[in-house]
Design a protein around this ligand. Structure first.
Ligand SMILES: NC(=O)c1ccc[n+]([C@@H]2O[C@H](COP(=O)([O-])OP(=O)(O)OC[C@H]3O[C@@H](n4cnc5c(N)ncnc54)[C@H](OP(=O)(O)O)[C@@H]3O)[C@@H](O)[C@H]2O)c1
Length: 302
C-alpha cells in the first residue's frame, strides 16, 4: 500500500501512514458474537491489504469498537509497533454535547487506552469543534498528554479553517490531520478553504464517508433523483474507461486532489477493503475530475 507522510518537513516525517485508513466505527456491529467475529475478520483483511492506520473514537459502538480492537492487540502484541492508532474524543453522550475540558479529554484518553490495550495513541483528535473551547487550555491539555507519553501527536476533526488557525496558534507542535466529511455530496472543504489550509500548513485531510452519495446516501442527502442519475451516468462512464468499479472512481477523484486526501474505508466486507486499494493505481485524469464535478453540480464550470 502506498504511504503518506503525515506532516513531512525537510528534516523529519512524523508519521508514515498508509494512504487509505481503515475506519473502525462499525467493527463491533450490534455487539453480537457473530458481528464481533466479522469485525475481527475486517481488521485482519485491512492488515493483509496493507492498511497500517486504524481510526477509532471513544464513542464508536459505545466503546465496543476500541474493546474489540484491544482484544486483537492482546492476542498479538507485536502488532502494536507496526500500526498507527488514532482515537478521538470531544462528543459527550447523555446528554449530548461537545466538551474539550481538560478532565473530560484526559479521562477519555485513559479510557480509550484501557479498552485498546495499549499505552499510547499515535494520534488523538478532537472529534467535533466545541464552540466553547479555549485554545490555550486545549493546548495545555495536549502538552500534558504528550508529556505523559499517552499521546504522540494531535489533530482535529470537522474543524473549519478558522478553528484550526485558532488552536494551532496556541500550540507548540503541528496539528497533523483534519478529519472531515468529503464525498461527491459534501464538497464544502473544497469551497471553504479547508483543503487550501491543509496544503498550506502540511495538514493531511482525512475523508470520512468517502463513498457517500455513490455507494449509499450521504449524510443529510439533498441530491434529487435527477442529480443521482446524472452523477451515476458520469461515474459509470468513468468506471468503464478506467476498468474499475463505480465506487472506486470516487476514491480516485478524492485521491487526485493535491492536498493528499486520505480516505477512510469503513466497510466490514473483506473484498471491499481489499478492492479499495485498487483505486490507488488508477491514473485519473484532470479532465475527468472536472467532468465528475460538473455532473455533481448539474452545470458546467464557467
Ligand atoms: N470524524 C467523524 O466525524 C467521522 C464520522 C463518520 C465516520 N468516521 C470515520 O470514517 C469511517 C468510514 O465511515 P463509514 O463507515 O460511515 O463509511 P464507509 O466506509 O463508506 O462505509 C459505510 C457503509 O457503507 C457500506 N459500504 C462501504 N463500501 C461500500 C460499497 N463499495 N458498496 C456498497 N456499500 C458499501 C459498508 O457496508 P459493509 O460493511 O457491509 O461493506 C458500511 O456499512 C468510520 O469507520 C470512522 O472511522 C468519522
Amino acid at each position: 500500500m502506498k504511504k503518506i507522510a503525515l506532516h513531512k518537513t525537510d528534516s523529519q516525517t512524523l508519521i508514515d501512514s498508509s494512504r487509505l485508513i481503515y475506519g473502525c466505527m462499525r467493527i463491533s456491529g450490534d455487539n453480537t458474537q457473530a458481528d464481533k467475529v466479522k469485525g475481527k475478520q475486517a481488521i485482519e483483511a485491512a492488515l493483509a491489504a496493507g492498511y497500517n492506520h486504524f481510526d477509532h473514537a471513544d464513542i464508536y459502538g459505545g466503546g465496543q469498537c476500541e474493546s474489540l480492537f484491544g482484544e486483537l492487540l492482546k492476542q498479538t502484541p507485536s502488532l502494536r509497533d507496526n500500526i498507527i492508532i488514532t482515537s478521538k474524543a470531544g462528543i459527550r453522550r447523555n446528554p449530548q454535547h461537545y466538551d474539550f475540558s481538560h478532565d473530560y479529554l484526559t479521562q477519555s484518553v485513559d479510557n480509550s487506552l484501557t479498552r485498546l490495550n495499549t499505552d499510547y495513541l499515535d494520534l488523538f483528535l478532537l472529534h467535533r469543534p466545541d464552540y466553547l473551547f479555549n485554545a490555550e487550555q486545549v493546548a495545555d491539555t495536549f502538552k500534558q498528554l504528550k508529556a505523559s507519553g499517552k499521546v504522540k501527536h494531535f489533530g482535529v476533526s470537522n474543524f473549519k479553517p478558522s478553528q484550526v488557525t485558532l488552536l494551532q496558534s496556541a500550540m507548540d507542535e503541528p496539528l497533523l490531520v483534519n478529519q472531515i466529511e468529503i464525498n461527491i455530496h459534501n464538497i464544502s472543504s473544497l469551497l471553504d478553504g479547508t483543503l487550501d489550509q491543509c496544503q498550506q500548513l502540511g495538514i493531511t485531510p482525512i475523508a470520512w464517508c468517502p463513498l457517500g452519495g455513490v455507494a449509499y446516501p450521504a449524510w443529510g442527502n439533498t441530491f434529487t433523483a435527477a442529480d443521482e442519475k446524472r452523477i451515476s451516468v458520469e461515474i459509470n462512464r468513468q468506471a468503464e474507461k478506467y476498468q474499475c468499479q463505480a465506487w472506486q472512481v470516487i476514491l480516485a477523484w478524492l485521491l487526485k486532489h493535491p492536498a493528499n486526501i486520505s480516505p477512510i474505508i469503513g466497510s466490514t466486507t473483506p473484498e471491499r477493503i481489499q478492492a479499495a486499494t485498487e483505486s490507488l493505481t488508477i491514473e485519473y485524469s484532470h479532465q475527468d475530475w472536472y467532468h465528475l464535478l460538473e455532473a455533481r453540480n448539474g452545470y458546467p464550470q464557467p
